[in-house]
Design a protein around this ligand. Structure first.
Ligand SMILES: *Cc1c(COP(=O)(O)O)cnc(C)c1O
Length: 362
């Protein structure tokens, strides 16, 4: 029999969230970012839910583009890290995937590509300050010209940049990046795509022609102290399991590996069937909230591979078999991420093969 650990993916929430992104994006079109198996929600499932309204998809790997084409999607698909080798170019032509061009190493691969195999759509990535991928802003004009003249490259060459700190709405960094991008691309032909999810929320000047949103589609926020719900988005994942034991312990007894939690009084400790082997973060500290039958209770002691232990003093009626929610509509994943020293994206991406995925229309 399979374990009781279930990730429920809410297709209605995905569609609601895309509609909300579209409303916020104004005239910009939306590239639905579905990399990393759609942030752990399941690539094919999410693409199917969004296909009617997503104008393009963005992935991190050609293999994900292949999966989307195999599932029958005909939208534009952008590979955000671009081709990694000359053979990738042929694959991108065959699958009609759009290439992100960020380095000189990629240019000869494109220059040698055979136009008879199909015109490649490309985007020039400008490094405006993040210093991860991209051409220095001063070189964008030259590279745009080189690409536009290549026989196998569609002469509608797009322009992209990525923000390092767009969730810091008050900080100066994003304004500097926007200004550098505008200057580097002034007068050039081609669509502009600057904004990730946080920029859609906080930097309306950066909408450009396309926004590239991942997190918000899943109802996730990386804005400090705020969940997706605070911006009108709905969580697309609920992670739940069941209590498999309830133990009455005496004051002073220790719980779990290394006995890091000591019962402050006689109390009930619940044991739930989930652990880091499922993707629940091992770094979650004592006090991390969980919901037992919909009521808040606190994780105590170490997260182990298959189990967690829960202080049931606020859920005195809890019994074996009762439902435990780790995150979802009643408990923002952002709150749990904060208790585990990470961000919500990391948690949803981390679901392991042991978790049973189901979907509903909520
Ligand atoms: C992942 C990614 C995005 C999407 O970021 P979100 O914060 O999830 O919206 C956009 N652009 C690039 C280049 C990315 O790598």
């Amino acid at each position: 029999m399979s374990r009781t650990t279930v990730a429920t993916i809410h297709l209605g929430a995905l569609r609601h969230n895309l509609a909300r992104v579209k409303a916020l994006a104004g005239t910009a079109r939306v590239m639905a970012v579905v990399k990393a198996d759609a942030y752990g929600h399941g690539l094919e499932r999410v693409a199917r839910a969004l296909a009617g309204d997503a104008e393009a998809f963005a992935v991190a790997a050609i293999g994900d583009g292949l999966r989307l084409r195999a599932a029958g999607h005909r939208q534009r698909i952008v590979v955000l890290s671009g081709p990694d080798s000359p053979s990738d170019i042929l694959e991108m032509q065959r699958l009609r995937l759009e290439a992100l061009i960020h380095s000189d190493a990629q240019l000869p691969w494109l220059a040698r590509a055979d136009p008879a195999r199909g015109l490649l759509r490309v985007w020039v990535k400008a490094d405006t300050g993040m210093h991860r991928l991209g051409f220095a802003a001063e070189r964008v004009r030259e590279v745009h010209g080189l690409l536009s003249a290549m026989p196998a490259v569609d002469n509608d060459v797009g322009l992209m940049t990525h923000f390092a700190s767009s969730e810091e709405f008050e900080g100066p960094e994003t304004a500097v990046q926007i200004a550098r991008f505008v200057e580097a691309t002034e007068g050039l032909q081609g669509s502009r795509a600057l904004s990730n999810s946080a920029a859609v929320l906080g930097w309306p000047d950066a909408r450009g022609d396309w926004v590239r949103t991942g997190g918000l589609l899943y109802g996730l926020s990386v804005v400090d102290g705020q969940s997706g719900g605070d911006f009108g988005f709905r969580p697309a994942m609920t992670l739940s399991t069941r209590l498999i034991a309830v133990n009455r312990l005496a004051s002073g007894e220790r719980v779990g590996y290394n006995g890091t939690y000591v019962c402050p009084e006689d109390m009930a400790i619940g044991v739930a069937a989930i652990g880091y082997g499922d993707g629940y973060p091992r770094s979650a500290v004592t006090g991390t909230p969980v919901l037992v039958n919909g009521r808040r209770a606190a994780l105590v002691g170490r997260v182990s591979m298959d189990l967690i232990t829960i202080d049931l003093r606020d859920a005195p009626d809890a019994r074996v078999g009762d439902r435990v929610e780790l995150w979802g509509a009643g408990l923002p994943v952002e709150t749990v991420a904060g208790c585990a020293g990470t961000i919500s994206y990391d948690l949803t991406c981390g679901m392991t093969k042991r978790v049973l995925f189901v979907e509903d229309e909520v």
